[in-house]
Design a protein around this ligand. Structure first.
Ligand SMILES: [Zn+2]
Length: 260
């Protein structure tokens, strides 16, 4: 009997790995397009979520037409639209910008102190061996306060992101259970991704959330996944949109769209 049970477990283990269909090393950050393309107003979906999930289901991003904030965790993707509601994402939907990985904990700590977003960033910084790698971060637990935003779907011709976020909706949560999901990227990604921290939030019941603007932690578990590899897929641009995209430094615009 023991032998039979052993073989069944082996088969199940093999079967589940096959279903995920992962095409890369687990310590890889997989990214669709660049943050500068998004800042430029390139909101056209470039990859389906069906394809994206083959590279990981933990991450953040947005949707075709900039239709809300994307968060991926526990094997599922969610779309938090400008109405503040989180919707499950079907495989056929597309993303113009997304960052995902296969999340595997390298470091876990429990924090019981009340802490702001700045305090959280300092605490995570202390957990990291160095600042040259990518880090995927999940913060799970109770939050005294959470402030998020989402953006409404844009119409073509698409405005730059700094214009689009002027129509953002702000959401506030008090004494809420949930998860913050995101990444810390090294300074070397300037123009490609967001140097430093970029987080999205979803409630524990997966019904609401958004792009994180502020938070106050109560009691949470912080889990960090060290990620040393980077794989970026660039959508092919048509020549008309290329001509309208000046190659300028968008650091100031990025600050405006990412922060409060
Ligand atoms: Zn965001």
């Amino acid at each position: 009997m023991k032998i039979i049970a052993y073989f069944i477990l082996l088969f199940l283990g093999f079967g589940s790995a096959g279903c995920v269909g992962l095409e890369q090393d687990k310590d890889t950050l997989f990214q669709v397009s660049t943050i500068n393309a998004l800042l430029n107003g390139d909101y056209k979906g470039a990859m389906t979520f069906g394809e994206l999930k083959r590279h990981g289901t933990f991450g953040i991003g947005t949707f075709d037409g900039l239709d809300g904030e994307m968060i991926g965790l526990e094997g599922g993707f969610y779309q938090i639209k400008a109405d503040g509601i989180a919707y499950p994402v079907p495989d056929i939907m597309t993303t113009p910008f997304a960052v995902v990985t296969v999340f595997e904990a390298d470091r876990t700590v429990t924090v019981k102190d009340s802490m702001s977003y700045e305090g959280l960033q300092r605490t995570v910084d202390e957990l990291l061996p160095d600042t040259t790698l990518f880090y995927a971060i999940e913060i799970n637990g109770m939050f005294t306060y959470i402030k998020t935003r989402s953006v409404p779907r844009q119409k073509e011709p698409y405005p730059p992101l700094v214009e689009a976020v002027k129509g953002q909706t702000i959401f506030e949560f008090h004494d809420i259970k949930g998860a913050i999901v995101g990444f810390r990227c090294p300074d070397s990604v300037k123009g490609v991704n967001v140097p430093g921290y970029h987080f999205h939030f979803i409630t524990a019941d997966k019904k609401a959330g958004g792009h994180l603007l502020a938070c106050q932690l109560q009691e949470v578990t912080i889990t960090v996944d060290y990620t040393s590899q980077f794989h970026m897929v660039l959508p092919q641009q048509d020549s008309a949109s290329l001509q309208s995209v000046p190659n300028k430094d968008r650091a100031e615009e990025l600050k405006k769209v990412e922060q409060e």
